[in-house]
Design a binder for this molecule. Structure first.
Ligand SMILES: Cc1ncc(COP(=O)(O)O)c(C=O)c1O
Length: 386
C-alpha cells in the first residue's frame, strides 16, 4: 500500500498560484500535461523547512547548510555506487544555466557540441547561444525503446575537445541508458578525446526495481576526467522553483574552466533552495519511493489507454514522469493543436526537434490523468467517424 496515496491522489489546486504549468490554460478547459513539473505537494520535510525559513523572515544571501555536502556524498555512494569528493561539487541555481555554462566553458577546446535528438529544448540552444556548432545524432528505436545510434557515432567526424551533451535518463524519450550502452558510449568518448556533459536531473525517478541509474563518470577515472555531471533535487521533489542544482567535476582543470565560465554571470542558489534541497534529500526518501510507485501506476494506466488510441504509439518511460508519444500517423496536421482543441495540453514534439510527436506529463493525480486520457481517446475516436 502506498503510504502517500491520498496525497498524490489529491494534490492542491494550482489555479491562481502563479504556476507556469496551470496559468497557460487558466481561462480554458484544457488539462495541462506539458512542462516538467508535478502537481503534487513536496515531501512534508520540505514544506516544514519552507515554513521555518518563512517564519524566520530573513531572506539574505545563502550558502549550503552544514551537512548538505556530506549528504550528497553518502547519497551518491548509496544510490549510484559513486564515491565523490566535496571539492568536486559546484553549486548552481539551475540546470539550463549549467548546460549553457558547459558550452561557454569549453568554447576554446571544442569545435562542436554533439547531442542526441529528440531532446529537451535547451540542449538544442545552449551551444548555439555561444556560436558553437551543433551536431545532432538522432536516437534509434530498438523495439519500442530509443537508444544510442552507435553506427552513426562510429562514422561521426569529431575533433579532440568536442563536447558530447548527454541527457540521462533521457528527456523526452524516457530511456535510462544501461551499463553496456554507457560503457560503449564512454569508450567512444575517451577514444575520441571528447568532453562529456551528463545531465542527470531525472536520475532519482527510476521506474522499476530492476533498473539502476549509473553515472557515466562513475565508470572509470578516464571518463571522470572528461566529465561534467549535473544533478539536482528539483524534479524529484518538485522544488524546481527554488533553483538549487550542482555540478560534479572531479578534474580540477575542467572545474576551473567551468567556474570561470560562471564568473560574474551565475549566482549561487538562494538560501531557501539549499535548505529545501537538504530537507528533501535528508528526509524525503520514503516519499520519493512512494512517488515512484505512484508514477509507475500512472505510466501503466497511460500506456494501456494510449495503446488503444488509433494513430498514437506510446513509448513506455524507464524513468521520470514524461511519456513520449509518436502521433505521426494521426490524420491531423498538428497533433499538439488537435489535442489542445480537445481539452488536453501536451508538450509539442516540434520543440524537441521531433514534429509529430507529443510528450505527456504523468506527474498529476490519477483522476486528472484518467480524464485527460478519456478526452484524448474521444478525440481520436471522433477522427475515425468524421
Ligand atoms: C533534462 C533536463 N535538464 C534540465 C531541466 C531544467 O532544469 P532547471 O529548471 O534547473 O533549469 C529539465 C527540466 O525539465 C530537464 O528535463
Amino acid at each position: 500500500m502506498n503510504k502517500f496515496l491520498s496525497e498524490f491522489d489529491s494534490p492542491p489546486n494550482r489555479v491562481d498560484t502563479s504556476s507556469l504549468k496551470w496559468e497557460k490554460y487558466a481561462d480554458s478547459d484544457i488539462i495541462p500535461l506539458w512542462v516538467a513539473d508535478m502537481d503534487f505537494k513536496s515531501p512534508q520535510s520540505v514544506i516544514d523547512q519552507a515554513k521555518i525559513s518563512a517564519d524566520h523572515g530573513n531572506f539574505g544571501y545563502g550558502c549550503p547548510p552544514k551537512g548538505l555536502v556530506e549528504l550528497l556524498i553518502s547519497r551518491s555512494a548509496d544510490l549510484y555506487d559513486w564515491e565523490i569528493n566535496p571539492e568536486w561539487i559546484v553549486w548552481l541555481p539551475g540546470m539550463v544555466c549549467a548546460l549553457n555554462v558547459c558550452c561557454r566553458a569549453l568554447l576554446e577546446d571544442s569545435s562542436q557540441a554533439i547531442i542526441q535528438t529528440p531532446i529537451y529544448p535547451p540542449f538544442l540552444t545552449a551551444s548555439r547561444n555561444f556560436n558553437l556548432p551543433l551536431v545532432k545524432v538522432p536516437l534509434v528505436l530498438e523495439g519500442s525503446r530509443f537508444t544510442i545510434d552507435f553506427n552513426s557515432l562510429a562514422t561521426l567526424k569529431t575533433n579532440p575537445g568536442d563536447l558530447f551533451m548527454l541527457c540521462h535518463p533521457h528527456n523526452p524519450v524516457g530511456t535510462l541508458f544501461n551499463k553496456d550502452e554507457l560503457l560503449s558510449l564512454t569508450n567512444w568518448i575517451v577514444e575520441r578525446d571528447l568532453y562529456l556533459c551528463s545531465d542527470e536531473i531525472h536520475c532519482d525517478l527510476i521506474l522499476g526495481k530492476d533498473l539502476h541509474h549509473i553515472s557515466p563518470a562513475s565508470l572509470t577515472s578516464k571518463v571522470a576526467e572528461k566529465t561534467i555531471t549535473l544533478m539536482a533535487p528539483s524534479k524529484t521533489f518538485n522544488i524546481a522553483g527554488f533553483g538549487c542544482s550542482f555540478a560534479i567535476i572531479s578534474n580540477s582543470e575542467l572545474r576551473l574552466k567551468f567556474r570561470r565560465a560562471m564568473r560574474g554571470i551565475v549566482p549561487d542558489p538562494p538560501a531557501m533552495g539549499f535548505l529545501l534541497a537538504d530537507a528533501a534529500y535528508r528526509e524525503g526518501e520514503p516519499w520519493r519511493l512512494s512517488l515512484i510507485d505512484y508514477l509507475q501506476g500512472n505510466r501503466e494506466l497511460a500506456m494501456i489507454e494510449l495503446a488503444g488510441m488509433d494513430g498514437l504509439v506510446p513509448h513506455s518511460p524507464e524513468a521520470t514522469y514524461l511519456l513520449w508519444i509518436d502521433a505521426r500517423t494521426l490524420p491531423v496536421d498538428n497533433p499538439h493543436e488537435f489535442f489542445e482543441k480537445n481539452g488536453v495540453g501536451l508538450s509539442d514534439g516540434a520543440d524537441f526537434d521531433a514534429p509529430g510527436f507529443l510528450r505527456l506529463n504523468l506527474g498529476c493525480a490519477r483522476k486528472l490523468l484518467t480524464e485527460a486520457l478519456a478526452r484524448m481517446s474521444n478525440a481520436c475516436k471522433k477522427l475515425r467517424t468524421t
